[in-house]
Structure formats: structure tokens, C-alpha cells
Write a protein that binds this ligand. Structure first.
Ligand SMILES: Nc1ncnc2c1ncn2[C@@H]1O[C@H](COP(=O)(O)OP(=O)(O)OP(=O)(O)O)[C@@H](O)[C@H]1O
Ligand SMILES: [Mg+2]
Length: 240
């Protein structure tokens, strides 16, 4: 069987600095997979390497068996991989609705492209965004801005959504709301990769996990079977 998204022996350098070493991960339709790791472990670098923002030194990124390694970010998005970036990156000069529609433009989709993602569907998912659609994107709360970032990514019509620390700085009730909505989408067949420093949150919402330490996968398995002490050791690289 072909994996939906498969990363094989991926290595990434920034100059001489080795940021990722021999990373192997995969994700299938209909699952939430977590990549957990401390500050600087390489989580965002992994997303950047998958999406062509940071060219890997070696290894490959396969999507439905097609080689996307070293592809331009726009081609990766059009193939069906979308990112909810670290820090949300909402454009302050654009309204909530314009920020959301950016996703469609980035993917080269048009109003009548037949994409399953429309503004109506986004507003069903996050009704508060419809109420606030005319405000500047950055006038909204942190949680609502995260909803915009997720919506913008969904408007590219992805098969895989890569989410970089969507829980950061948000209250637990908002985090639960966001993850509840992502769970609904996963039931419909979307694949979601969540990158999180928040180990317990990530393990509670995912079916499988990979733990990263200093650019390598230090542990992986089923989230429901995760042994907390072992994960903590793999996360910090020592007993705590
Ligand atoms: N553009 C860059 N140039 C040089 N080094 C970089 C660059 N981006 C990241 N790094 C380094 O690569 C390592 C991994 O960084 P990365 O941002 O991938 O970590 P992270 O796991 O996402 O951390 P955080 O949880 O803080 O977001 C860090 O040591 C970081 O300083
Ligand atoms: Mg990061």
C-alpha cells in the first residue's frame, strides 16, 4: 500500500548546522499524527523540509507515491499539502474573509473550481469567523486567529494538513475546540500532522506520535500506548 505522505531518511542542514538527521515518518488519510519535541528539536524544520521552504540535504518526500522532494512550495500546496504556520501569519491589512480566501489564491483555485472548501463551509466550521468576517484579521483573539490560519489552509483543498504549534498561547477550552473541529475533518478523510511542544495535549488528540530530539526521531508509537516516562526521556534526552 502506498502511504499518503512519506518522509524517507530526510536530512537538512542550515549551512553546517545539522537540523534534521535521517527522519522517517508517514501519515495516512483519516489519522492525526503528532510530532512532539522541545524548543529547537527540529519540528518546524521538518514542516519546512516537507513543504519546500527549506531544501533537504538528502532523503525524500513522497506524496501518494510521487516524489515532491525539492519541489516549490506552490507545487506542494497544489499537490494537496497545506500548512498552518507557526505564529499563524495573519495579514493585518486584510480582513478575516480576505485572509481566508488567500488560501484559495495560493492553491490557484477559483470561485467555481468545484473545490469542496467554500466560505460557507468554513463558516459552518467556525461560525465566529462569519460574524467577524469584515474585521482586520489581527483584531481577533489568538484562538480566532488560529481558526483563520486553519481556514486559510483548508481553502487550498488539502489532503494533508500540517499544523505547527496551534495550541501555543491558547486557553485549554480554545485548544479543545480547535482539536474537536480537526477531529471532525479527519473523520472525513483528511490527514492531520500536528507539531506540538505540548506533549500531553498532542498525545491526547493523536493516534500515533513521533518524538523528536535534536533533529532526530527519538521515540515513536501509538499515542494510547505511550509510556509517559519513556516519552519524557525521549523528549528531553535525559531523566527528569
Ligand atoms: N533558518 C535557520 N538558520 C539556521 N538555523 C536554524 C534556522 N531555522 C532553525 N534553525 C535551528 O534549527 C534548530 C531547529 O529549529 P526548529 O525551528 O525546527 O525547532 P522547533 O522544534 O520548531 O522549535 P520550537 O518549538 O521553538 O518552534 C534550532 O537549533 C534552530 O536554531
Ligand atoms: Mg517550531
Amino acid at each position: 500500500m502506498t502511504n499518503l505522505l512519506q518522509v524517507c531518511d530526510l536530512t537538512l542542514h542550515y549551512g553546517k548546522f545539522l537540523a534534521l538527521k535521517d527522519i522517517n515518518i508517514h501519515i495516512e488519510a483519516g489519522e492525526i499524527v503528532a510530532v512532539i519535541g522541545a524548543n529547537g528539536a527540529g519540528k518546524s524544520s521538518l514542516i519546512k523540509a516537507i513543504t519546500g521552504l527549506a531544501p533537504p540535504s538528502s532523503g525524500s518526500v513522497l506524496f501518494e507515491g510521487k516524489n515532491l522532494t525539492n519541489s516549490q512550495t506552490s507545487s506542494v500546496v497544489r499537490a494537496g499539502i497545506a500548512v498552518v504556520p507557526e505564529g499563524r501569519r495573519i495579514f493585518p491589512s486584510l480582513s478575516v474573509e480576505e485572509n481566508i480566501l488567500m488560501g484559495r489564491d495560493v492553491a490557484g483555485l477559483t470561485d467555481n473550481s468545484g473545490s469542496p472548501w467554500t466560505l460557507e463551509r468554513i463558516y459552518d466550521l467556525f461560525p465566529v469567523l462569519e460574524e467577524k468576517r469584515k474585521l482586520s484579521g489581527t483584531q481577533l483573539s489568538g484562538g480566532q486567529q488560529q481558526m483563520i490560519a486553519i481556514s486559510r489552509a483548508l481553502m487550498t483543498n488539502p489532503r494533508v494538513l500540517l499544523c505547527d504549534e496551534i495550541s501555543l498561547g491558547l486557553a485549554p477550552t480554545i485548544i479543545n475546540q480547535l482539536y474537536d473541529q480537526l477531529r471532525l475533518l479527519v473523520k472525513e478523510g483528511l490527514a492531520v500532522l500536528i507539531v506540538e511542544q505540548a506533549m500531553r495535549t498532542a498525545l491526547s488528540v493523536s493516534s500515533r506520535y513521533y518524538c523528536m530530539l535534536e533533529g532526530q526521531i527519538s521515540l515513536s508509537g501509538l499515542s494510547s500506548d505511550a509510556d509517559e516516562e519513556a516519552v519524557i526521556r525521549a523528549y528531553f534526552g535525559r531523566s527528569v
